[in-house]
Design a protein around this ligand. Sequence first.
Ligand code: GDP
Ligand code: IMO
Ligand code: MG
Length: 445
Amino acid sequence: MGVKQLDQVNSLVIVGAQWGDEGKGKVIDFLSSKADLVVRFQGGDNAGHTVVYGANVFKLHHVPSGILNPETLCLLGNGMVINPLVLVRELDELEKRGIDTSNLRISAKAHLIMAYHQALDEANEVMLAEKKIGTTGRGIGPAYADKVLRRGIRAGELVDFGSFGERLNEVLPLHNRILKDIYGHPGFNLKEMNALYRPALNRLGPLVTDTTRLLAEKMAEGKKILFEGAQGALLDIDHGTYPYVTSSSTVAAAAASGTGLGPAGVTRVLGVLKAYTTRVGEGPFPTEDLAEAGDQLRERGSEFGTTTGRSRRCGWFDAVIARYAARINGLTGLAVTKLDVLSGMEVINLAVKYSCNGREIEYFPERIRDLSQCEPVYRTFPGWDEDLSMVRCYEDLPEAAKHFLEALEDSVGVKIDLISIGPDRSQTIVCKNSQIEIWSNCRQE
Ligand code: GDP
Ligand code: IMO
Ligand code: MG
């Protein structure tokens, strides 16, 4: 067999560089017209990725944002946790809207989120009371915990009803005991669980395959592959604002372990950031604005969660966390979204550093306790009133917007490749000499 070098231009990892909901779905859909494959590598249906074109709005939870392109093969990688009941619903809804989902494949090694995981997630949040994480309630944490504790059920079991039932029989009693003894939950009945999951097995079983081998074959053929991150850098289980994080590794390196891609494949990494910052759930957020500006951002940016409908906390762009995200992800480019939302703000703030117990620091503190003591130090920019939604090239942006973007780029230290000025696929500016030019072909109809 010949030795094939990985062409680094052929793969691009796209990750959230804040606390999630940065607009990854929009950016991935924009780039996916040129992609042969779009691959999810971590997370589950806690993700809510929105794709908009014309009057069509799609909210995707498991399914990669490349699914709307009929030529693109979509993979759910081994690093994911998948709720089979929710996935079936998601596929049915897409099919009902005329989207062909036959191009989806599921890694046999991905773990299943079961009904008892959701029950545990919810019960645990209730028990934590005011110390709760503010999870999406999708059972993400308990499903990843079971994976690590070696008592999970993997998607490979979906191909055979007998082995699924056997595995369920092995793991259910322990979960029932935990649910009953610790949380006072009635638990789940084995027979009912088997009946509940049977239709999902029939539907999803044929889609389960060895995605690591499939990916390697496609790479050897020189296919173009996008890796679709979920959540964001500050929700990463290691590098995020622990314990107010999700339960997976959300950084670019996870694209390798979460798909079986070698690390050499992760050389081009696009970090998606809003031109301001939002967060859903609990935990520190130094640039959060609890006054009028925060409300304005929420209203203008329609900042309500795609998965849970919760109101998102809003605040200014934070270059300290963006630099941190750039470092832990090895970002080679930025996609700045929702610039249009800043139109009409009298002044725009950008945090360049923090003031922490009388000291100024430019780096992201290691301990969450220290982060809670940090006050942002802002640079203030004049706003602009122009509506940006029809702008299609950088030169046509108002001078004040360009000035803000240049300062943002400078303060993060990574080149801006793409600017988004509206939710629609067409509301996108590809910057000159950017690493994504080969992916975009200016899909700006
Ligand atoms: P994701 O989880 O990173 O894919 O982001 P979400 O889909 O959860 O949230 C982003 C929201 O902003 C969605 O409603 C998008 O349709 C919307 N959006 C994306 N880019 C832009 C933009 O440039 N401007 C505006 N106004 N909305 C955008
Ligand atoms: P996308 O991919 C924003 C947050 C939850 C909570 C914490 C833990 O759409 O950007 P979990 O259910 O994962 O155990 O919740 O993580 N969270 C997200 N916030 N966007 C997401 O995904 C998120 N997925 C999880 O709000 O604070
Ligand atoms: Mg989202």
